[in-house]
Design a protein. Structure first.
Length: 189
């Protein structure tokens, strides 16, 4: 049975993004572990944390709790990220999460050619978002995550699930969400 890491970046009660992501998780089956980033104690890497991390990496010592999320991320069979579309990308808590899981020796390493090589077990991730307006060509949240996950962490494939224009006058948000769920039915195997 598949182990799924659910990275929940939804901070609002009744989040439509979370609702869509929960549908994805149901379709995937398997066991899932949720990391609710907005409720976590993750902090942006300031000077002191960055120096500590660099020292720990140099010693190969990843025993500190600050590496728990990187270990969890690296060992998951599948990753599902639920991130509402804010300010052309995603909530800042997701960037903080990424800073905390990008750990040399746990989630990636460098080859002799200087190129990063992923150390993560999963080979695909699913990125779920919803938007009140149109996303269109400004898909900067997914584009960033896709570049990072395939270029640094070694994922082979990213799947983008969206429901957009949910707050446009005259549009039926429930119908739009249902359409996105139908897309999930076709995409998720």
């Amino acid at each position: 049975m598949s182990e799924i890491l659910f990275v929940n970046c939804c901070v609002r009660d009744g989040s439509r993004t979370k609702r869509l992501a929960e549908y994805v998780l149901k379709k995937m089956g398997g066991n899932s572990e949720e990391v609710n980033i907005s409720l976590s104690d993750l902090r942006p890497l300031d000077k002191a944390l960055l120096e500590k991390r660099n020292d720990d990496i140099a010693r190969g010592d990843y025993s500190d709790r600050m590496y728990d999320q990187a270990r969890l991320f690296s060992s998951a069979d599948n990753i599902v990220i639920a991130a509402p579309y804010w300010d052309l990308s995603f909530p800042s808590c997701l960037k903080v999460y990424i800073e905390n899981i990008s750990v040399l020796g746990l989630t990636f390493e460098y080859g002799t050619d200087g190129k990063p090589k992923g150390l993560c077990k999963a080979n695909r991730f699913i990125y779920v978002t919803t938007s009140g307006g149109r996303i269109g060509e400004y898909n900067l949240g997914y584009d960033y995550i896709h570049a990072l996950f395939t270029g640094l962490f070694g994922f082979e494939k990213g799947i983008f699930i969206k429901a957009e224009e949910l707050d446009i006058d005259g549009k039926d948000p429930e119908l739009i969400l249902k359409s996105a769920m139908n897309d999930v039915d076709r995409i998720i195997l």
